[in-house]
Design a protein around this ligand. Structure first.
Ligand code: ATP
Ligand code: MN
Length: 457
């Protein structure tokens, strides 16, 4: 039976493992040859740390195996766990038997000891999960996904799957990928679905259908945007978590979003300590303190109009202009979060003209019940709103946005038959991973990043 390295190195009482005969399997990270034996650092991905293995002549066929013990080779090792005299680990494995499962030509293997740039590692996405950084990213990402389900399930939200292929170009705009089986696009009625179809940019509208029957739901799935942006915050394919709550207003929405973010951060602080310490040391100094601060502080609340006033008074030159009625750029968002508030903040009540048609009118003729959560380092991490539940107002909005009423017939019927106040938000999962790890580029926190010109793996 194989033991995962995490079980051994993260044991609450390592002493109980001493003297145990176990079997582990993994990839060799490094080999240090001493006179009569070798130290092998073995990693199986279950945890950041390597298990130290002492390989000496006691191993059957040692002489034959020795040249095969190279960086990158995969091995299965059996032996006895002993207390380690070294100060880096409590236990090490004294090998009695080793099987080389897959040889690795150390002269060609790209992951030699020296550090590679993240740009280079993206070109070897089939090997980069074997690096410390990528392993840590993927373990934290996994924990954040699990925490997401825990949070919403504990609150009684139902996990709903909304379609990836959609016939409704729901948020308007030309940022959608077309899905087609045609070679010639001139007649969409001949296409697979008898009409144009796209990859979804959001599951929200379908999420509203579900909330208007089941009360509280969330989606967690892939989302696609064909925006040609070359930033460190945008991907063409990313994962989004979109809760939708019936009988809820903007206030309830903000409470849910803040609690959710804090829950996730608290979860990784508790369950991914080793990986976070690695990020704190090598990626962002002070990361753990920054995350602890997020958990401990209550988010600031600033209406959009006031945010514009704050930006006007800011002792700082911005590259992009801003004025009431324009969308905030990432530099403005980051100034508000990093320098002005020094913690996450929720900007509310945006001008109607820059927000989607479905957001609820505030009644002042200018603003809607929108909320964006802005965090240090990232800027926008969550965008949400209370939805317009009044049929006449929604129809007016659809006209005003020059959308086609027929395309929204079912969305309007939700307001016709038992309409309820409801609200929800969308969180970009990769932005949460960036936030939690301190990584700089969104392309390095998703296993197979899709961005303009890149869909290799
Ligand atoms: P931005 O202004 O940063 O481009 P947005 O306002 O277009 O974002 P929304 O439509 O509000 O984004 O989507 C909800 C959330 O999804 C955002 O708050 C963000 O966390 C995430 N998100 C949006 N676009 C992308 C993208 N291209 N790649 C990764 N995450 C994204
Ligand atoms: Mn947004």
């Amino acid at each position: 039976m194989r033991t995962k390295i995490k079980q051994i190195l993260h044991a609450t009482t390592p002493e109980t493992w001493i003297g145990k005969e176990i079997s582990v399997a993994g990839w060799i990270r490094t080999v240090r040859d001493q006179k009569s034996f070798s130290f092998i650092e073995l990693n199986d991905g279950s945890t950041l740390a390597n298990l130290q293995i002492i390989a000496d002549a006691k191993i059957t066929h040692y002489e034959t195996l020795l040249p095969q013990m190279t960086t990158g080779a995969s091995v299965r090792v059996t032996g006895k766990l002993v207390a380690s005299p070294g100060k880096n680990q409590a236990l090490e494995l004294h090998a009695s038997h080793m099987e080389v499962l897959g040889l690795c030509d150390a002269t060609r293997y790209p992951l030699q000891k020296k550090r590679h740039t993240f740009e280079y590692l993206r070109t070897i996405a089939h090997l980069r999960p074997r690096t410390n950084t990528q392993g840590a990213v993927l373990r934290v990402r996994n924990a954040l996904a699990f925490a997401t389900h825990l949070f919403f399930q504990e609150r009684g939200f139902l996990y709903i799957q909304t379609p990836v292929i959609t016939g409704s170009d729901c948020e308007g705009g030309g940022e959608m990928f077309r899905v087609t089986t045609l070679n010639n696009f001139s007649d969409p009625t001949k296409d697979f679905f008898g009409k144009p179809a796209y990859l979804t940019v959001s599951g929200q509208l379908e999420g509203e259908i579900m909330a208007c029957a089941l009360s509280d739901i969330y989606t967690f799935g892939p989302t696609f945007r064909a925006e040609n942006s070359h930033t460190s915050r945008h991907l063409a394919e990313f994962w989004m978590i979109e809760p939708e709550m019936a009988f809820a207003d903007l206030k309830a929405n903000m409470e849910c979003a803040e609690s959710y973010l804090k829950f996730c951060i608290r979860y990784v602080l508790e369950h991914c300590r080793e990986d976070l310490e690695f990020f704190d040391k090598f990626i962002e100094n002070g990361l753990i303190a920054r995350l602890q601060h997020v958990v401990d502080s209550s988010f600031a609340h600033i209406p959009y109009t006031q945010a514009i006033e704050i930006l006007k008074k800011a002792p700082k030159k911005f590259e992009f202009p801003f004025e009431w009625g324009a969308d905030l750029q990432s530099e403005h968002e980051r100034y508000l979060a990093e320098e002005y508030c020094k913690k996450p903040l929720i900007v509310t009540d945006y001008p109607a003209q820059i927000k989607a048609f479905y957001m609820r009118d505030n009644g002042d003729g200018k603003t809607v019940a929108a909320m964006d959560i802005l965090v240090p380092k990232i800027g926008e991490i969550i965008g949400g709103s209370q939805r317009e539940e009044r049929l006449d107002r929604l129809e007016e909005k659809i006209r005003h946005h020059q959308l086609n009423r027929e395309d929204y017939w079912w969305y309007l019927e939700l307001r016709e038959y038992g309409s309820v106040p409801h609200a929800g938000f969308g969180l970009g999962f990769e932005r949460l991973v960036l936030f939690a790890t301190g990584m700089e580029n969104i392309r390095d926190v998703t296993p197979f990043p899709r961005f303009p010109g890149h869909a290799e793996f």
